[in-house]
Design a binder for this molecule. Structure first.
Ligand code: F6P
Length: 340
């Protein structure tokens, strides 16, 4: 039986652990093939055979040995037809797609057309529904927390406001967890907008009392009155997010202007998802990979592996892509206890 593996969307620490897990779990009677560069590889028919020797030691490496791309073959009819044609010509008996909501939604559509597909949820954002954790998130939180830890001493020495921006367009998981772990004094996430005045009040209070401040902000955070305060609408993208320079730069300017306190901004961006995965993400990726291969062996297609508590389970693929898993109010309330 020929099993294809592809990694789609943004790269993410732990992807290689999943690939290695699948290949090792394959065993007798199963051949594993890596499709190159996500769904793009299905359109160009680029694949390589993968044996245990090919995946030796890769679980400690960041990125993906297969390459990735943000390509959606369902976006036009021609690509969809090519995808279906190539699936047959590549003689794949099963396909394991590892990705976030975009990649998984392609997998779900293929599955609904009758193709034997399994999904593995991946994203540093941790916003895939119906799984407690996606691998890569733990690594991103650790990198973020370490960066914020380091900002305390420089902010304190200079008596500055320091704004650190972390990834997360719609979900604030990385920001809230890294912020809480490293003791940020204010955490701003897309799920819970705040007005500029509220932010300024926090800054004034903290700076008067403690003389320095760290603000963790998610890239998708938008101050409540953004539309009014930004005169030039071209600075806002289609999602209503700040386009030029990012939200941290924007907030730094406005806070310094309104409070008079010296303010600096740092954007962590892709640093959060580069490099080696934490032990947690290596193990989670490995467990996901092994379970995905088990599902192939059971011919239990149209499923996505997921973590529930400490158990690896499987759920219908479409459950994972139905909605985004956002930070709930109770969790934000916990973080708010430390806004001071
Ligand atoms: O989905 C993962 C992610 O890292 C998001 O946190 C971020 O918004 C996005 O990808 C960045 O995408 P790109 O690497 O294409 O700029």
């Amino acid at each position: 039986m020929r099993v294809g593996i592809l990694t789609g969307g943004g790269d993410c620490p732990g992807l290689n652990a999943v690939i290695r897990g699948i290949v090792h779990a394959a065993g007798e009677g199963y051949e594993t093939y890596g499709i190159l560069n996500g769904w793009k590889g299905m359109l160009t028919k680029e694949m390589i055979k993968l044996d245990n020797d090919d995946v030796e030691g890769i679980h400690i490496l960041g990125g993906t040995i297969l390459g990735t791309a943000r390509v959606n073959p369902f976006k036009d009819e021609e690509s969809r037809q090519l995808l279906e044609k190539n699936f047959k010509e590549m003689k794949l008996d099963a396909l394991i797609a590892i990705g976030g909501d975009d990649t998984l939604s392609v997998a779900a559509r293929l599955s609904s057309l009758g193709y034997p597909v399994i999904g593995v949820p991946k994203t540093i954002d941790n916003d895939v529904s119906n799984t407690d954790y996606t691998f890569g998130f733990h690594t991103a939180v650790n990198v973020g927390a370490d960066a914020i830890d380091r900002l305390h001493s420089t902010a304190k020495s200079h008596q500055r406001v320091m704004i650190v921006e972390l990834m997360g367009r719609e979900a604030g998981w990385i920001t809230i967890e890294a912020g809480m772990a490293a003791g940020a004094h204010l955490i701003l996430i897309p799920e819970f907008p705040m007005t500029i005045n509220e932010i300024v009040n926090y800054v004034n209070k903290r700076m008067q009392e403690k003389k320095y401040m760290i603000i963790a902000v998610a890239e998708g955070f938008k101050p409540t009155e953004l539309e009014q305060v930004v005169a030039d609408k071209s600075t806002i993208d289609a999602f209503g997010h700040i386009r030029l320079g990012g939200i941290a730069h924007y907030l730094a300017e406005i806070i310094e202007q309104k409070t008079g306190y010296e303010t600096r901004s740092v954007v962590l961006g892709h640093l959060l998802r580069g490099g080696t995965p934490t032990a947690f993400d290596r193990i989670l990726g490995t467990r996901y990979g092994v379970e995905a291969m088990n599902l192939v062996k059971e011919k239990d297609f149209g499923r996505m592996v997921a973590l529930k508590g400490n158990q690896i389970v499987s759920i219908p693929l479409e459950y994972g892509v139905a909605t985004k898993k956002l930070v709930p109010f109770e969790y934000y309330k916990l973080a708010q206890l430390f806004f001071d």
